[in-house]
Design a protein around this ligand. Sequence first.
Ligand code: DOR
Length: 447
Amino acid sequence: MDLLLKGGILHDPVNGWEGPAEILVKGNRIEAVSISLGPVEAPALELKGKIILPGLVDAHVHLREPGGESKETIASGCAAAVAGGFTAVACMPNTDPPVDSREIVSYIKEKARHAGLARVYPLGALTRGQKGEEIAPLWELAEEGVRGFSDDGRPVMNSALMLRAMQFALVLGLPVISHCENLALSGGGVVHAGAAGYRLGLPGMPGVAEAVMVAREILLQQQVGGKLHLAHISAKESVDLLRWAKEKGVNLTSEVTPHHLLLTEEAVEGFNTNAKVNPPLRAAADREALLEALQEGLIEIIATDHAPHNPREKEADFLNAPFGVIGLETAFPLLWTKIVEQGILSLAELIKCLSIAPANLLGVPGGNLAPGMPADLVVIDPQKEGLVQPDKFYSRGRNTPFEGWRLKGFPVLTMVDGDIKMCDGKVKGFSRDFPAALENLLNNAKD
Ligand code: DOR
């Protein structure tokens, strides 16, 4: 359906737009963008006081299907995505079985098509079964459409194998996404090796367990070239290495999560398993280094690492509870309230991290609302305030360390391919109130 979005403020850094704009959506594309389009034959949405952004792109989520449906399904994960303003997500291959064959990639794509909400870009395993022993059939996975390769959840410990995988990925023109962790150094740790974990008597994973692998990946990348992306950077030692790599001109990108930007190891106090995550929440000095790296552009991408777990699993004792926090439904309001409103990043910089750079990494459309582009966008209400209430999430996961936080800047409309998937917090096909919310929005524009 054609739609006119009027009254909103458009922020589209790629096209140098930052101000009032009317946007005409025709079918699944942006037809025209102008301060005033004049008379237009299309139903209008009145977006007064709202901010329009290119749809958010999350380069790192776990959708758990196949095999982990009690934690999340592709449909519930996509509902969480559009509820949080994400129009596209790249899903990690640590499913059961892992994404190491054509059949599993095609299964995920089919489930995503059926869900009909966010765009889903599967990532393929780097090694068969994610066992780190032999290279997965990368060619076959690429043919089926994966947008990158990773053994996320586990590192590839064998450096020669990693080197070869990077060489294959280079030929295929796809990124290698590395989970940087030296298992011998992190061995058995469940929290950061620091004061909070020490007080609780929990085994720690030091920052150097991450950094030695960051160093290895940088050195391998110097040999190979191609596209290297480092997932969920958490340690200050890693940031130092990224700075060195950039100075040397090594071609790589990296990401940081909202939880590593906003929390420290203290969040595990009281044995809070909702703050148990790998890599762990670290010391204040690490968090500061990450914020600086983001400001300097050393880290280009913010990704949620949305890692849902069955609430019962997270009720286990701290040592046995699984690692992971969810993030799709809290990322934008967290970053708006704690990063943009605090003056740490401008909104344009945040859009680069949450839309433009991840779309570039994956080599997919996104981060650009010029005429002719797919109509993937999100509308934010900068005034909309609310509490983080996990029982209201579309995700099957409840494992957020941000429960009860009062935030602003919630997404109020998400459009994917010209179709409204979320309106006023109601997700199409998931919420009975979605049609009424949409009608209400269209009627308001007529008044
Ligand atoms: O905390 C994490 N959870 N880190 C990972 O690397 C994997 C993820 C998961 O799959 O649950």
